[in-house]
Design a protein around this ligand. Sequence first.
Ligand SMILES: [Zn+2]
Length: 350
Amino acid sequence: MAQRARKAKPKARKPARKARHKAGRKTPRLLGLVWVTAGALTVAVLSLAAVLLFGPAARDDPPPQIATAPLPAMTRPPEPALRPPPATPPARPEVAAVPPPAVAPMLAWLRNAVPVSVAPGQPMIAVVIDDMGLDRVRSERVAALPPPLTLAYLTYARNLNDQTSAARATGHELLVHIPMEPGSDLDPGPNALLTDLSGDELRRRIDWSLSQFTKFIGVNNHMGSKATSSRPAMAAVMTELRDRGLLFLDSRTSGATVAQSEAKKQGIPALSRDVFLDHDPSPIAVRAALDQVEEIARRRGHAIAIGHPKDATIEALAEWLPDVQARGFALVPVSAVALRLAAGIERAKN
Ligand SMILES: [Zn+2]
């Protein structure tokens, strides 16, 4: 009897141990399922927010690489304007250095953005130097300035791949500086966007312009008083930029520009130059222009300056850049301003 009882006991306990074992494994599985579901929901919400904000993924985007900015996008949206911030709260710091992982092709301007970290509320200054690439000596001096600057290379400069990859490696952000029709007799350069071109020729020239180098976040206009005042020309530009996931910086060579309103129609980030640093290329005038940039940034939260590869500009920047952070400003690439505006974080209008 005693032997039978001892034999029976293990038989009875065996199913109980199995049941406990099974129950023990169910909990982590359930947790895993919850995490996966929560993760998928988060990704879906972020992706939807990015789609609503910025438009479709770049047409020719390669698969996503290391994420450099926070907002992925997956599909072509119903052409929204740049909208108020998504329901999700802004990250801390507000321009995140380490964004969430990309799960779909990321917009080209986000993928090519130079990541920076900015404290909430810190006034931001973006310094753009355009007309880059023709004057090799001065362009190299500009590219040797402390980053991050945003450097806009002319489409018809030579050795653009070498020049732009060196600038990118130094920590600068890149724009394509596309020649556009001026309001005067000045020659804007080869393959300029002219208002009397057919839609097909405009698209061909835009396509050519965007094929001269890589890793840029968008476009700003070289000259272009007439072209940026033309709705058909700007609509053609902004449609191409939307399809490629790029942004537009209006150099504002004309008060009658419609570039920003056409960009917003296409749902792409549109920015605008606040101050030209070197209309008067004397050291005193450039220094005064930099003071004006600081004043705008302090008052509004951000300022975008545009200068050129001129001696006075390079020398003034070489003095001004090293302690701009110490004066409380964040020196940022243009993409950081676009991100802050997209998130709707701004102190006041203009
Ligand atoms: Zn220019």
